[in-house]
Design a binder for this molecule. Structure first.
Ligand code: GLC
Ligand code: GLC
Length: 654
């Protein structure tokens, strides 16, 4: 059969139309349009990966059949959402977009508990809710939910698939989009596919990467990075049942899928579309970089991975247009950037910003942060960052060594310093973090810990030093102020607004004790929420601060879009940037030091084109004469003051 796209499309269309259930025939014109629009890109990607196969066109047709059938079983509500998002695909550019992320169990017990917390999410302005993995996983061998044994069953302890559907609909009704993980690089070794492979079924042996002995794995390992060198060293595990070696980039029970087999791609597309039809609007592509293997390479971010993502995208544009992707690529910034495109991942975590925010806090200098961002922050206007301060994983110091070298910083030494600083070993450090996965061969290590503990609150509370408590609170708010204002969806790691500290109970847990990431995955007790009500508690201050950030962001039209101009204000501890959107402008000045900083007024006047301004975060007008003072760890969101008659504002003068 021909592989010519035009001929193929012509042949496929009648087959697809015929495959539709009779009662959905009315959907065909729309579907035909979307298939036709997306076919050239889908064909190109599919050809790049599977063009050498004798059954290429057959495989491609099967994939399209999956897409078309899935669309016919999509609910009317979701179909309405599809047409809405085809008309207005860029909701993520809105200054009102604010994200939150939590574990279902730790945060609210189960899915119904999450539902009852909707008012809480709304109190923080959340419009985008990422629930950590909630599907069935083997007890004790789940990597916090990232070893899925069934993508179609909710973990029974959390609820049912119907609960999830209901929750998605309820959230949508309240203007909150549901975001879930798509753990697409690997399954649990107890997933049905893996179990059938263990029984020797050929079809499923081809779903994973198996090797008869260590010969080839040893060759691969010469160029691979170890992800969990301490507790799951190497990238291959011995499968007792088969007496074979199997590829396991992460833990030994997480088997990497073999995407060079188009049946795997199709099977995972079916799982993806199943999630889309539950009402998920964004899928976080977990460990996106690892999905393709090639001898002699690191097997991360290979060209074929981008092609795979494009393919998932084409299918989504046909079957569930409202569905978007967020990449989780915690890799070198050059590679992070390549995942971000309207036809790849429309959204992406920003690991560089995250790591360098902590770097600037430790050094009290913003040069590396500014230098790196000025070069790397800009992304396609139809895509968006998801900016975060902390998450459930470790902090990896993934800045570029070349960027660092340009300003005289040695990357290797600097990472060592940062690890020492955040594990509290560096003299004078305020942080109480924990080391993660020290690799004795490379000297590499990462850091874990809750935001508040890393920012100094744990130490300050223990030592009962009020001044330090204040500073720690200010540090947390400063980091969040940056992600709320710099351009992108800010993602609150829920618990940060409640001043939650490291939780050391994982140390007593047989399964979790050697994975320090559990320190920042605490259970939310009633007392955590109640603390918000006691004026002296750090939780009260932080929660108030978060609500203020949310309020200020939602009002500031200039914070829409993703364009950001970095400004040099000649003060080492200050990170400054100007945002413009829809005719509005805002200048942000962030002081990363416990000392007061000063910025010349005329610099600000020039940027804002006004002689008077107002800090919309502090809700104060500013009447500085020569110097603008920025208090320790303060963040100012400055706009030109509008003259509104009859309104008196409190003045802060310098
Ligand atoms: C992602 C998750 C991490 C997990 C890994 C393997 O990076 O964020 O928690 O260990 O993937 O699934
Ligand atoms: C590595 C991986 C990332 C994963 C993390 C798990 O940094 O690049 O994908 O989340 O390890 O800790």
């Amino acid at each position: 059969m021909s592989t010519d796209p035009e001929i193929l499309l012509r042949n496929f269309l009648p087959v697809l139309q015929k495959a539709m259930p009779k009662k959905t025939a009315g959907l065909w014109p729309d579907l035909e349009r979307r298939v036709t629009q997306n076919f050239p890109a889908l064909h190109e990607a599919f050809y790049a990966l599977y063009g050498h196969r004798y059954d290429f066109s057959d495989q491609l047709q099967k994939l399209l059949l999956v897409a078309v059938k899935s669309n016919t079983s999509r609910s009317t509500d979701l179909r309405a959402l599809d047409s809405e998002s085809e008309k207005k695909p860029d909701w993520f550019q809105d200054n009102k977009a604010i994200g939150g992320v939590c574990y279902v169990k730790q945060f609210a017990g189960n899915l119904n508990g999450i539902r009852s917390r909707i008012p809480y999410f709304k109190s923080l302005g959340i419009t985008y809710l990422h629930l950590m993995p909630l599907f069935e996983c083997p007890e004790g061998r789940s990597d916090g939910g990232y070893a899925v044994s069934n993508y179609r069953n909710v973990d029974p302890a959390l609820g049912s698939m119907d609960d999830l559907k209901q929750l998605a609909a309820d959230l949508r009704g309240e203007g909150i989009r549901l975001v879930l993980d798509f753990v697409y690089n690997h399954t649990s070794d107890e997933h049905e596919w893996a179990m059938r492979a263990k029984k020797g079924e050929h079809k499923y042996l081809d779903y994973y990467h198996f090797f008869p002995d260590r010969r080839i794995p040893d060759q691969f390992e010469q160029t691979l990075r170890e992800i969990f060198p301490e507790e799951s060293p190497g990238s291959f595990s011995h499968c007792e049942e088969l007496d074979l070696w199997v590829w396991t980039s992460f833990k030994n029970y997480q088997w990497d899928l073999n995407y060079s087999n188009p049946n795997v791609l199709r099977a995972m597309v079916e799982e993806m579309l199943f999630l889309a039809n539950v009402g998920v609007e964004v899928l976080r592509l977990d460990a996106v970089a690892f999905a393709w293997k090639q001898m002699g390479t690191m097997c991360e971010s290979l060209e074929q991975v981008y092609t795979l993502v494009e393919m998932f995208n084409c299918v989504a544009r046909i079957a569930s247009p409202a569905l978007l992707f967020k990449s989780e690529a915690i890799v070198h910034p050059d590679e992070v950037a390549r995942y971000i495109a309207p036809d790849r991942c429309q959204l992406s975590y920003n690991p560089l910003l995250m790591a360098l925010l902590w770097e600037a806090l430790a050094t009290r200098k913003t040069d590396l942060l500014e230098h790196s961002l000025a070069r790397r922050f800009a992304v396609d206007p139809d895509t968006q960052w998801v900016n975060y301060v902390r998450c459930h994983d470790d902090i990896g110091w993934t800045f570029s060594d070349e960027d660092a070298a340009e300003i005289g910083i040695n990357g290797y030494d600097h990472r060592r310093f940062l690890n020492e600083f955040y594990t509290g070993k560096f003299e004078g450090s305020f942080a109480r973090g924990l080391p993660f996965q020290y690799n004795a061969k490379t000297g590499d290590a990462r850091v874990c810990g809750a935001t508040a503990s890393l920012a100094g609150l744990e130490k300050a509370l223990k030592e009962e030093t009020d001044v330090e408590v204040e500073l720690a609170i200010a540090r947390v708010l400063l980091l969040y102020s940056v992600i709320f204002s710099i351009g992108g969806i800010p993602l609150i790691y829920l618990g940060d607004e409640l001043a939650m500290l490291n939780d050391y109970s994982y140390l007593d847990d047989e399964v979790r004790h050697d994975d320090t990431r559990w320190a920042q995955r605490p259970r939310f007790e009633k007392s955590h929420f109640l603390a918000v009500k006691s004026p002296d508690a750090p939780a009260h201050r932080l929660y108030k601060g978060f609500r203020n950030l949310s309020r200020a962001r939602r009002k500031a039209v200039a914070l829409g879009g993703n364009h950001c101009d970095f400004v040099d204000v000649a003060e080492a501890s200050v990170l400054a940037y100007s945002r413009k959107f829809d005719g509005q402008q805002l200048l942000v000045l962030n002081n990363f030091s416990e000392r007061r900083a000063e910025v010349a007024v005329d610099v600000v006047q020039k940027i804002l084109g006004a002689s008077k301004f107002m800090d919309v975060l502090g809700a104060k007008s500013m009447t500085a004469k020569q110097l603008i003072e920025i208090a320790p760890y303060q963040s100012l969101w400055l706009v030109a003051a509008s003259r509104r008659p009859g309104r008196k504002k409190k003045a802060v003068s310098t």
